[in-house]
Design a protein. Structure first.
Ligand code: GLP
Length: 244
């Protein structure tokens, strides 16, 4: 779906999420959302906050699981994804404390494999993700599933690509300060979501959007796996559609 700009597109995505939350509430159920960080979803979260304030959209029945977190990472660090999510969404809506989940960047390395298995199990216990929001990295990654990730990969510790670390340099004030690893939801789990929406804005995303949508399905471009999903959409602006 190609929109004139990221504002219009983000509003459409926020509307879809809000409709899901409201429908689930009507049915007396929880909406299980897979959420993403990065600059791409910021306007979606801003619109959801607006809907909460102005239209009474409640997040009381929302349970969320974030895609990823740097490792190691303290929760209160400026760059932590839990802090990002609090600032961009959770602190501004009525989602109950305890209803949002993120990979924990402080788990000791020897307990990490168990943490990852448990994270997937927690999602399962809620009946799986109703909706997964994604961005796309400059190398075609989704979450922190770097090129080479398999379609059935599980939640795990990933070594970050140099391009990914270079893109995060600004946030950390120097390449040497960017963590070398991250915990990410695996492609296998992402693909189990009932609905997937990937956001991409700007010309710098155009090449990878084209490779992901029109190229062959390959581990070289993890976002290309979404071609195999029955209900996945790329919601992009005109600039990101430049090479389609
Ligand atoms: C990071 C995140 C990804 C995100 C990507 C793109 O690598 N882990 O989930 O999709 O950045 O970020 P942006 O949306 O800022 O372009």
């Amino acid at each position: 779906n190609i929109y004139a700009d990221s504002e219009e597109a983000s509003k459409a995505v926020a509307r879809e999420i809000a409709n899901l939350i409201r429908q689930k509430a009507k049915d007396g159920k929880q909406a299980i959302l897979g959420l993403a960080t990065g600059s791409s979803p910021k306007k979606v979260y801003a619109e959801l906050i607006r809907m909460h304030r102005e239209e009474g959209l409640s997040f009381k029945n929302v349970v969320s699981f974030n895609l990823d977190e740097y490792y190691p990472m303290e929760a209160d660090a400026v760059q932590s994804y839990i802090r990002f999510m609090r600032e961009q969404l959770f602190d501004h809506v009525d989602i109950p404390a305890g209803n949002f989940h993120l990979p924990d960047g402080t788990v000791p390395i020897e307990k990490l494999a168990e943490f990852c298995r448990d994270y997937e199990q927690r999602i399962e216990n809620y009946g799986g993700l109703d909706f997964q929001l994604l961005g796309i990295g400059r190398n075609g990654h989704i979450g922190f599933n770097e090129p080479g990730s398999l379609v059935n990969s599980r939640t795990r510790l990933m070594t970050l690509d140099l391009t990914t670390r270079i893109d995060a340099t600004g946030d950390f004030g120097g390449l040497s300060k960017v963590p070398k690893k991250a915990v990410t939801l695996g492609i296998g789990k992402i693909m189990e979501a009932k609905r997937i929406v990937l956001l991409a804005w700007g010309e710098h995303k155009a090449e990878n959007v084209a490779r992901a949508v029109e190229g062959s399905v390959t581990s070289d471009v993890p976002a290309s796996y979404l071609q195999l999903h029955p209900n996945a959409s790329f919601i992009i602006d005109v600039a990101a559609a430049a090479q389609l």
